[in-house]
Design a protein around this ligand. Structure first.
Ligand code: BES
Ligand code: ZN
Ligand code: ZN
Length: 497
């Protein structure tokens, strides 16, 4: 993880990054101290090899600049510039610099950025974007093939009066970005290693690092004692023991009701006896990304010492086929007493969440937000850049969507409603675990959300991050694998409630 420092003039670095806006003269955007670059950049402009279009890049070399290389990155038109686009710009440039084996990087932070966005926001979000861009998962690769480790990122900003603001914003940004990267790391680790027990251990480690974060892990016997029949049912086919992770950060007023986060922690989803065919079984190590997000949130909340009462709940197990698996036709009983007819063992996430959402009631929470890679249907509906949001609480919906916009993540509200709830009703149990409206599995993302609603008795929002939380290929501003979706949005959201 890189360190972030203010740039001191005449420090030699491997790459100087200069963001350039499209609709203003390029030469005038080059800081005065880099006047020696003018001839080369004039040529770039004349040849139209660089027009500063969004994410366009050009590398130039000028020894007298004091940097090994200079990377110009296009910002596009200022009037179109959102925080999301700006973060992509920073992330892309940092990734490129790192791919060119730069270990020490300087970013010229243009003064206009602090006016275009709110000042502290522009700083925090830029540092987060740079920090996230440097993360790579190569613990299982040959040393030679490992991604270059970025040691230091120098931020060259003009205004000395902003020194303290930079220090504070940078510190906060690093706490957030490290938590995002932790979520990514948990997700990327292979399922043979990131088992329910390992996930619990990671949470317990955080409890040791942050004294105000109390972590308690329930084992199989305790899970049974709590009556969490659905979590037990799903876990049955695996030789791995289920765990129920409870993380509490009670740092607000005693009488203040807590906000509870719940994350689906299926460490591998084979589908169980309703086995997933290839290729759908691939990438199912990512079926614990809801859990990763919640653990990431709790890390950030603790590191930032947020003055609120916040709880993270993670039901975790593996969904495997075997002689001891739960079966279609089984009826399971959740912690709140409701019974569920199993029709498909691949609809397992909603089952373990049923128990966790029931457990959340004991906090009489202010509100509850769950994160889950819950349905392929949500991927079909939204593609892989946006997560689905389901709630009957308009205020929560608006606040979460605003927070997402401010942190450059994307949410889209999808419906809950009577027809979806009806579709989950069942003749032989209170509810069944699959259903459709108008046809089998129609509206699969909404029926899954409606199933969860049966286990809530407080203001609640469900976020389905099935596809937006990982990508095979990655993007210019973030490497492939898990991306930690949700952590940044929630931290912004917590400031608004
Ligand atoms: N973990 C999957 C959902 C999923 C699919 C996440 C693709 C990420 C990418 C979930 O447990 C599942 O298998 N859901 C089934 C539900 C169906 C049986 C009603 C699905 O979406 O196919
Ligand atoms: Zn499944
Ligand atoms: Zn699943």
């Amino acid at each position: 993880m890189p360190e972030h420092q203010p740039y001191k003039d005449n420090t030699y670095t491997d790459c100087l990054i200069i963001p350039i806006v499209e609709n203003e003269e390029i030469i005038t955007q080059i800081p005065e101290k880099y006047e020696m670059l003018h001839p080369t950049i004039t040529t770039l402009v004349e040849t139209k090899d660089f027009e500063a279009k969004a994410l366009q890049q050009a590398t130039v070399y000028e020894k007298n600049s004091g940097h090994k290389r200079i990377l110009l990155i296009g910002v596009g038109k200022k009037e179109d510039l959102t925080i999301e686009a700006w973060k992509k710009t920073i992330g892309t440039a940092v990734r490129t610099a790192q791919d060119k084996k730069s270990t020490i990087i300087t970013i010229h932070f243009p003064e206009w950025a602090t006016e275009h966005f709110k000042k502290n926001h522009s700083i925090t979000e830029s540092v987060i974007a740079a920090h996230i861009a440097t993360y790579s998962f190569d613990t299982h690769k040959d040393k030679e093939a490992e991604t270059t480790k970025v040691m230091t990122i120098y931020w060259d900003h003009q205004n000395p009066a902003d020194k303290e603001l930079w220090e504070l914003s940078t510190q906060n940004a690093v706490h957030i970005a490290e938590s995002v990267n932790l979520a990514r790391h948990l997700g990327n680790t292979p399922p043979s290693e990131m088992t329910p027990a390992s996930l619990a251990k990671e949470a317990e480690e955080l409890g040791k690092t942050f004294p105000k974060l109390s972590v308690n892990v329930l084992d199989r016997t305790q899970i049974e004692e709590h009556g969490m029949g659905c979590l037990i049912g799903v876990s049955q086919g695996s030789i791995l023991e289920p765990k129920f992770i409870i993380m509490e950060h009670m740092n607000g007023a005693q009488e203040e009701k807590p906000i509870v986060f719940v994350g689906k922690g299926i460490t591998f989803d084979s589908g169980g006896l309703s086995l997933k065919p290839d290729p759908y079984i691939r990438d199912m190590k990512f079926d614990m990304l809801g859990a990763a997000t919640v653990i990431g949130i709790m890390r950030a909340v603790a590191a930032l010492n947020i003055k609120q009462n916040i709880v993270g709940l993670v039901p975790t197990c593996e969904n495997m086929p075997s002689g001891s698996s739960y079966r279609p036709d089984d009826i399971l009983r959740a912690m709140n007493g409701k019974t569920v007819l199993i029709q498909n063992t691949d609809a397992e996430g909603r089952l373990i969440l049923a128990d966790a959402l029931s457990y959340a009631s004991r906090y009489t929470p202010k509100h509850v937000i769950d994160f889950a890679t819950l349905t392929g249907a949500c991927v079909v509906a939204l593609g892989n850049e946006r997560s689905g949001l389901f709630t009957k609480d308009d205020a929560m919906s608006t606040a979460l969507q605003n927070a997402a916009t401010q942190s450059g993540e994307k949410l889209w509200r999808l419906p809950l409603g009577q027809e979806y709830s009806e579709a989950m009703k069942c003749e032989v149990a209170d509810v069944k675990n699959i259903g459709g409206v108008g046809g089998p599995r129609y509206a699969g993302a909404s029926t899954a959300a409606a199933f969860l609603e049966y286990f809530t008795d407080y203001p609640w929002t469900h976020i389905d991050l099935s596809c937006s939380s990982y990508g095979e290929k990655g993007k210019p501003w973030i490497r492939g694998g898990a991306n930690g979706f949700g952590v940044q949005t929630v931290i912004t959201y917590l400031q608004s409630v």
